[in-house]
Design a protein around this ligand. Structure first.
Ligand code: SF4
Length: 374
């Protein structure tokens, strides 16, 4: 980047003027409270603004401050997060809130190093919070901003390659106006989200088109270079809704992400029905899994797993990052639920009181619909 000082000032003025006129009215743009800005940044990771809004409002109504969040039981935090996905974000947010109370007197730290030492806070989030809340001059570089920069400076190649990313970081830093770093960062994010979009950017409406190399060179559609996508992995997950005569069911929570034949990772270690990744004979394989993991003997005859008594429920689809999951749920009536250390046995109709993922919610809904009188 070899712009003159005047060119840089004009660019910043143009970008900031556009942002102040055209920015979307979002709840986290009405505050300088670092807690609220931090929360919005964490919720917005991998998640659309429209999906975040109701969660953001509910979360703040229940936890209006870092201290309120730090005091809450993890279960309650996860429950308010349920449905938003990527639950490690909620766990890290909660852990970080406790650290902020313990080590920073309940105030989000102002220094970059201290912010970076908190769980779940990377360079982008730290820069966004510090610049918006405290006016610290740190550039926030995420995928959206990187795309804008790649077009502005006609950067070719994989933007995530470490050297190229470092160059983008340095370019982003030069563009940040020291008198308004928070607005500069938000303006770049807004430009990426609403004008300089991944496909069909609206260059004729772009406030900074006169500085854009890709626009001048006719390379807008070609930049940035497409990243090679991780191939999709398809798998089938069979889940057992064990149900006793009082309509209580069994929920477990795998202690390690990779336990329970991988289903722990798929459910983000939230409460879930016992489940197993299966290959060809879902019922039999699930019956074997229930015996091995819970000592449950249903679905066995003559010492062989047959899955008899497992009533198939309508399948559902679920996607987690690169995994496409076919959910194969089964309703299994039992006289008594197996006794499992650390398990929960809530009423099937009352699972909304427990932190569960949206996949578990889909399975529970299918089970409820199958019951007589529903
Ligand atoms: Fe993006 Fe087009 Fe603006 Fe360049 S001119 S920054 S490609 S919207």
């Amino acid at each position: 980047m070899n712009w003159s000082r005047t060119g840089l000032r004009r660019f910043q003025g143009q970008l900031l003027g556009w942002f102040r006129r055209c920015q979307r009215d979002l709840p986290w743009r009405h505050t300088r409270d670092p807690y609220r800005i931090w929360l919005s940044e964490i919720m917005l990771q991998q998640t659309r603004v429209t999906a975040v809004m109701p969660y953001y409002r509910r979360f703040l109504a229940r936890f209006p401050s870092v201290r309120a969040l730090a005091r809450a039981p993890t279960e309650e935090v996860l429950k308010l997060w349920a449905g938003l996905g990527y639950y490690s974000r909620a766990r890290n947010l909660h852990r970080a809130a406790k650290e902020i109370v313990a080590r920073h007197s309940g105030r989000f730290p102002r220094e970059l190093e201290a912010a970076l030492s908190l769980p779940g806070i990377g360079r982008y989030t730290a820069a966004a919070v510090l610049s918006i809340a405290y006016g610290e001059p740190h550039a926030a570089l995420d995928g959206n901003v990187a795309r804008v920069l790649a077009r502005l400076f006609a950067v070719r190649g994989d933007l995530r390659a470490p050297r190229r990313w470092a160059q983008l970081q340095s370019a982003a830093q030069k563009l940040v106006a020291p008198y308004a770093p928070g607005d500069c960062n938000q303006a770049m994010m807004e430009l990426g989200a609403s004008v300089c979009t991944p496909r069909s950017p609206r260059c004729v409406e772009c406030p900074v088109s006169r500085w854009c190399r890709a626009y001048q060179l006719g390379l807008v559609e070609a930049l940035p270079a497409a990243r090679r996508k991780r191939p999709k992995v398809k798998l089938t997950l069979a889940a057992a809704v064990l149900l006793d005569s009082r309509q209580r069911t069994l929920l477990i929570r795998p202690s390690k992400p990779d336990s329970d034949r991988g289903s722990g990772a798929l459910f983000s270690r939230m409460w879930q029905f016992p489940a197993a990744i299966v290959k060809r004979h879902a019922q039999k394989e699930l019956a074997r899994h229930l015996q091995a993991s819970l000592g449950f003997r249903g679905g066995f005859e003559g010492g062989e797993a047959d899955g008899k008594g497992f009533v198939s429920l309508p399948p559902a689809r679920h996607a987690v990052t690169f995994r496409e999951i076919s959910l194969a749920p089964f309703l299994v009536r039992v006289d008594r639920l197996p006794e499992v250390v650390g398990a929960k046995t809530p009423f099937l109709a009352e699972l909304d009181r427990v932190p569960i993922s949206s996949a578990t919610r889909k399975i529970a809904a299918a089970a409820l619909r199958s019951l007589p009188g529903s």
